[in-house]
Design a protein around this ligand. Sequence first.
Ligand code: SF4
Length: 738
Amino acid sequence: MTGYRICPLCESTCGLEFKVEGGFAVDVRGHENDLFSRGYLCPKGANLGALDADPDRLKTPLIRRDGELVQATWDEAFAEAARGFAAVREAHGSGALALYRGNPSAHSLAVTPYLRPLIKALGTKQIYSASTADQVPTQVACGLVYGSAAAIPVPDLDRTSHLLILGANPAESNGSLCTAPDFRGRLHAIRERGGTVTVVDPRRTRTARLADRHLPIRPTTDAYFLFALVHVIFEEDLENPGPHGDRLTGLADVRELAAVFAPEAVADVCGIAAADIRATARELAAAQGAAVYGRMGTCATSYGTVTNWLIQVLNLLTGNVDRPGGLLFPVSPTRAAYLREQPFRMGRWHSRVRELPEVFGEFPVATLADEIETPGEGRIRALLTIAGNPVVSAPNGVRIGELLPGLDFMVSIDPYVNETTRHADVILPPPRVLQSGHYDWALSSFFVRAVVRYSPPVVDLAPGQPGEDEILARLSLLLSGQDGDTSALSESLVTTVLGKSVKSAGSPVLGRDPAELRAQLNGSSPLERYFEAMLRLGPFGDGFGADPEGLTLQSLLDHPEGIDRGEMRPRLAEVLPEADGKIDLCPDAVRDEVASLAAGLRGDRTGFVLIGRRTLRSNNSWMHNVPNLVSGPQRCTLLVNETDADRLGVATGDRVRVASGKGAVTVDVETTLDIRPGVVSLPHGWGQRSSNGRLGVAARAEGVNANALTDESIVDVLSGNAVLNGVPVSLEPEVATR
Ligand code: SF4
């Protein structure tokens, strides 16, 4: 039997094709007919079968008995979860419960719809996720500028003539907040059609190597560089906001703020010649359809929100937002077009210990340890994790690992016993990838082309095995003091959507009977019916018969290669909370930060700083138990510039002790000319030695936990995002080998 599915392992969403043998995927290839990825896949996707068949995956729940995690039935595990959470709530209140979600949960069909009832049942504001060690500065910057909770423009990769990339390495990561299978091929295509690609990165990455120009910037100085571009654009009267210019407010304020950031003033700070900065600004302004795009290097850093605000400022000043060939706002197939976007809000409440603001209802993961450790009312006593491994992926995750054993209770929804879940009292393993349906709720807002796809489960659940939706629903019920049949909760998700849709102005089903709509849903599970309802009410949906050409679940099932609804199109008025809304080029929140940034022009920048890096075969901590993905040359090495290496007296293969203000690791050196002097690089997600032997492959892999070096006490002030790049470190050769 041939199976198809969208790869859930990164944001590229490649279509995969494979043989199903004995319930597992073998011979995994890129699906040649997939209308989005056209046969592309990376080594991770090719190993989806091995990941799914990993013998270390849990097949039954585990519960802690006499200090040991032992196998249990599902009923025993749920009963233990209910007992443990109830005991903590009884003693300390709901505010002592906390939730942490890891990155893979963003790729789950079940987590998005069931998250709201779960959080409601927990009854706590102690909500955390990996987002605050990742992309939140982009979301905050866009929220402040566009005033919308969901307006993030995406580079029009397939039509742009000029792409300026900062702090992103899509040739290895396959792209993020810009969903584009074969990102690397699309970058090549820009150059083949006469466009230019410029990469600004401390390291000559795989992406930088295929660009027209690489500017090796000093880490943490992207904001200075971007401000200098803004400065040149104003100084040389190059601003041209285009048709949306009348929406912009604060133009004069930005001009004033940019005054002190002349290229000549920031050149030494950034380590980039003023002439190169000026040339970059002029090229950007002159290009017919250009995009400035930044990712992790611009987010997980001090001034992350200011940096991402400046990216929006540049894109708006040059008239490239909402412009084909520039940046556009993709249409999500499951976001009802008749609903207006919600206004962006943050800081509605603050964390207990450090008073950091919530963003999208979450506190920064950088303060999770504080909230577990600090006594007082509201101290976290019980934790639920979903597909998360903060001990490895959060800043100073080592501290979190030291605190988890002190919790009163912990439950993890996770397929593995890893560095984090080994501390849980109950582990509930979700089904394998092939046993689950797939649709990317979140990523569909970042697709560079509207190709709509859905992957149904390929393999049935085992008798008695719950789907991830059932696990989440059952936990939600238990946390609400109920138990038993989850179907009522699942059904309520569908009926709530339908009930709202028949009352919403502009809805294709306005005034119809929700029961009649419900009867038209054909999905094979509550989760699939929920997806079906959202799809049919979405911008490409059939509106339950209103548009006979529109999409239904069946049309997607009939077309595993996807249904192409075309290129992104200008639609700014649709994504602003008000159709005639303004765009705030200079939000109040960034002004104080800009003053602090300006003061930093005189800062001391001597000594080594650490940055992260991505590799094609890895994705955070969740790919290292697949032999094919960790075989070959060791990838968790410390990249050191050859000049620095000579000065230290180390060579490739030597061991060096790397120390920060938070911790130290000893790691193999790899010397290179592809990194700025004074900068060293270590990938994260490694060093998985502490899984109690339950990750047989990852525990044997060489490598160290980069988050033993990062500092949770330092965050991007505006968003609370973790600072994972630009960490000051010292290097000490372990043995002088030369
Ligand atoms: S790039 Fe690789 S991991 Fe990402 S979706 Fe495609 S095959 Fe999967």
